[in-house]
Design a protein around this ligand. Structure first.
Ligand code: S3P
Length: 190
């Protein structure tokens, strides 16, 4: 059987990791956090990579970790991407055959949440820059296969909605009851 995977897309603090873990638990799929994978491959934390190699060095490490991941999936997997992953055309290209889910959260909610763990996010320190980055990335996030509005919802209800939407989407794609195909031919956006 072909391996299935979904990739969670969204800005910093949109809940990709917490929703991803909950979704993987419900589906009995594996969970992979791309940032954790990068840290493991590079032997450095994300702030250390930014400090030593700058953002360009981080982006190279990110694309290479993502490329390796998509080539080596052995189990059904939910992947939480980093906030900037889907804004890079090379990465969207790597993901073009896989279902991607955009967790759509309002800017001010993202900013409030990001302040709670600001030390982990080199790009989450200044409100003006945070807002500029958000506006710039939004059109790329909207290229994801499905958009899930998350405002005011907890991870459990977001997962319920994702499962329902994936099921519906699986049907329109002719894939039967929640069988999102591992490789999606059309790359349709919503
Ligand atoms: C980044 C978001 C971070 C991490 C890195 C860069 C970004 O991931 O990949 O700090 O460019 O928005 P989270 O979205 O998980 O915070």
């Amino acid at each position: 059987m072909e391996v299935r995977a979904v990739f969670l897309v969204g800005f910093m603090a949109s809940g990709k990791s917490s929703v991803g873990q909950e979704l993987a638990r419900r589906l009995n799929w594996e969970f992979v956090d791309l940032d954790a994978r990068i840290e493991w491959r590079e032997g450095q934390t994300i702030p250390e990579i930014f400090r030593d190699k700058g953002e360009p060095g981080f982006r190279l490490a990110e694309t290479s970790a993502l490329g390796e991941l998509t080539e080596s999936l052995e189990h059904d997997t939910v992947v939480a991407l980093g906030g900037g992953t889907f804004a890079q055309s090379k990465n969207r290209e790597l993901l073009r055959h896989w279902p991607s889910l955009f967790l759509d959260t309002p800017l001010e909610e993202l900013w409030r949440r990001s302040l709670e763990d600001a030390t982990k996010r080199p790009l989450g320190k200044d409100h003006t820059e945070f807002a500029r980055l958000y506006e710039y990335r939004l059109p790329f996030y909207r290229e994801a296969t499905l958009t899930i509005v998350t405002s005011g919802k907890d991870p459990a209800s977001i997962c319920t909605e994702i499962e329902r939407r994936l099921q519906l989407w699986g049907r329109t794609e002719g894939a039967g009851s929640f069988q999102p195909p591992a490789r999606l031919g059309t790359g349709e956006s919503q």
